[in-house]
Design a protein. Structure first.
Length: 132
């Protein structure tokens, strides 16, 4: 992704690791979701233990990538010296979105901060393309 490449160009290993981790977790979640791993039908005959396992897996599929995003936001903040204030704003929106996602309750509004963060990321990528 763009963040991995920016990490390479700025020699920011923390950004490279966290962006790679986010990619792996998102791909894993997409594969598991497409296989229906996180869905338990209310009328299914799965025992209560399996139902609880799938519920826990669903929560983990939200919380674990959220934690990885939190660290990626911290790594993006480290780009402020090289890329200016847009790196700080982008990092803060990634951190806010991650924190809202992790709390589960904030998940309902994390989409809004995620959209704003995505716009900031696009601006950051264009700035990085010019400067690096």
């Amino acid at each position: 992704t763009g963040f991995f490449r920016i990490g390479q160009l700025t020699k920011n290993k923390f950004l490279m690791w966290t962006s790679g981790l986010v990619i792996i977790l998102n791909v894993t979640n997409a594969i598991l979701a497409s296989m229906g791993v996180f869905y338990v039908s209310p009328s299914s005959s799965i025992s209560a233990i399996f139902s609880q396992f799938f519920s826990a897996a669903s929560l983990l599929s939200i919380i674990v990538p959220g934690i990885a995003m939190l660290f990626m936001g911290i790594a993006v903040l480290q780009l402020k010296k090289r890329l200016g204030s847009i790196a700080k704003v982008t990092g803060m929106f990634i951190i806010i979105t991650a924190a809202l996602t992790i709390t589960i309750v904030g998940l309902l509004i994390s989409w809004l901060t995620g959209i704003i963060g995505a716009v900031c990321q696009i601006i950051l990528f264009f700035k990085a393309a010019k400067k690096l």
